[in-house]
Design a protein around this ligand. Structure first.
Ligand code: NAD
Length: 260
């Protein structure tokens, strides 16, 4: 039996000045917020980030022990660098990077004309290039710890013919291969892994028309018979962040959806 995680308040009692530091992109809501909370509950100091939802991001950081909020759009190279620089300016170290910020726009896969070049650029610009440039900015700091860890957030759409649009699914496939290529390039100082969630109930999916039929199918036919929670993904992120002999892996966290 595993022990229940601490609450952030309980973790505050054991945050030490040399505690590890994690940067979680897109952590003002949904999966990123759950990851920030889960890492903080382990006594890790967290940099919370979003591009636009400043108030929500500040609220997440304020609820955590020794966390800061930094506004930055990681699809912009200068802002991605500023985000990492702010983490280092405040804490002097960076141990864990979670590349969670992502975007999609629902486009039926058969409607090829609707997946415009502008849509491709927007989605690849954040999901792929944003992940890349944040990782590049963070790498020297992660390497300096001697045990740095990157966890990228992919999707079941990265390996299955599914997902809200073809550009989105392709962006997640690119993240998965980037994960393997980077793992090979930056070891032994830094490990790079990815978590690929199935359908998760977050502000991104809740109340959206496309969510209802997919959620119903997930509840009826996947082995675990429920839609994912942000906390399910956060648990896997923490596990990979700390898995000392694991690198270049993509872990599906989908309630078994890939089996149907
Ligand atoms: P969400 O909309 O709740 O959260 C997205 C977060 O990213 C927010 O904090 C938002 O402010 C931030 N963000 C958006 N653009 C940004 C930018 N340019 N720079 C920095 N931050 C930015 O969505 P979510 O469902 O929690 O999704 C988080 C990640 O999980 C995404 O990468 C998504 O592809 C992935 N994912 C989600 C699901 C799902 O079913 N919800 C499934 C698989 C993968």
């Amino acid at each position: 039996m595993t022990a229940a995680p601490d609450t952030p308040a309980a973790a505050a009692t054991r945050i030490t000045p040399d505690a590890r530091v994690a940067l979680v992109t897109g952590s003002s809501s949904g999966i990123g917020e759950a990851v920030a909370l889960r890492l903080a509950a382990e006594g890790i100091r967290v940099v919370v980030n979003s591009a636009r939802s400043v108030e929500a991001g500040e609220k997440v950081a304020a609820a955590l022990p020794d966390a800061i909020y930094v506004q930055a759009d990681v699809s912009d190279e200068a802002q991605a660098r500023h985000l990492v620089d702010s983490a280092i300016a405040h804490y002097g170290r960076l141990d864990i990077l979670v590349n969670n910020a992502g975007v999609s726009r629902p486009v039926p896969h058969a409607d090829l004309a609707a997946a415009t070049p502008e849509l491709w650029r927007e989605i690849l610009g954040l999901n792929v290039i944003g992940t890349w440039q944040t990782t590049v900015a963070a790498m020297p700091h992660l390497a300096r710890t001697g045990g740095g860890s990157v966890v990228n957030i992919s999707s079941i759409a990265g390996s299955r013919p599914a997902g809200s649009s073809i550009p989105y699914a392709v962006s997640k496939a690119a993240i998965e291969h980037m994960t393997r290529l980077l793992a090979n390039a930056v070891g032994p100082e830094v490990r790079v892994n990815a978590v690929a969630p199935g359908l998760v109930e977050t502000p991104w999916t809740q109340g959206k028309d496309f969510f209802v039929p997919i959620a119903q199918k997930v509840r009826e036919s996947t082995p675990l018979r429920r839609v994912g929670r942000p906390e399910d993904v956060a648990e896997a992120v923490l596990g990979l962040a700390d898995a000392a002999y694991t690198t270049g892996q993509v872990l599906l966290v989908d309630g078994g959806a890939h089996l149907i």
